[in-house]
Design a protein around this ligand. Sequence first.
Ligand code: HEM
Length: 170
Amino acid sequence: MIAWLEPVIPHLKALHILALALWVGGLFGLPVMLSRHDPAIGQADFTRIRLASHVGYVWVVTPAAVTAVVAGTWLIFLREVFVPWMFAKLVFVALLIGFHAWVGHHIVKVGETDGRHETPRPRGPLLILLLPVLAILTLVLMKPGLDDIPMPGWLTEPRDRQLPVSDVPR
Ligand code: HEM
C-alpha cells in the first residue's frame, strides 16, 4: 500500500461509519414515515410528511448510502480486505441496496398518484431489514474465518502475482 495513504484510513473509516449510521437509520425511519402517508390525515399534514420523506430520501439517505459505499470500497483496497467475511458482507450490502430501492419506489409512487398509492405497513419490512443489518455488523465486527465455505479459486488464489499481505484477520 502507498505509505502516505495510511493516515487517511482512520478518517475514511470514520466517514464510512458516519455515513452508514445515517443510511441505515434512514432505512429504518423512512418506512415508518411512508406508513403515515394516509390521505385521511388531511392535505396540510399529508403535504408535510410527503415533503419530509422525499427530501430525506433524496438529500440525506441516498447521499449517505453513496458515501458509505464509496468510502467502504476505498477501504477494501487500502486495508487490502480480500477475505471471505468481506465477500459475505457485500452479499448482505446488496440486500440493503435492494431495500433502499424498494423504499425509493414507494416514495416516487406516493408522489405520483395523488394519495391513491397504498403504502406498506412498516413492521414486516423493518423486520426484514434487521436481517442484513445484523448480519453485516456481525461479520464486520467478529471477522469470522468462514474457512468451511467453499470459495472459487479466482477469489482465493493469486492470478499470476502474489496477493497483498494484509493485517486484516481472515
Ligand atoms: C458496499 C458497501 C460497503 C463496503 C465496500 C464496506 C467495506 C468496509 C471495509 C473495507 C471496512 C474496513 C474493515 C477493516 O479495516 O477491518 C469496513 C468497516 C466497517 N463497516 Fe463497512 N462496508 C460497506 C457497507 C457497510 C454497511 C452497510 C455497514 C453496516 C450496516 C458497515 C459496517 C462497517 C463497520 C461497523 C466497520 C468498522 C469495523 C471495524 O473497524 O472493525 N459497512 N467496511
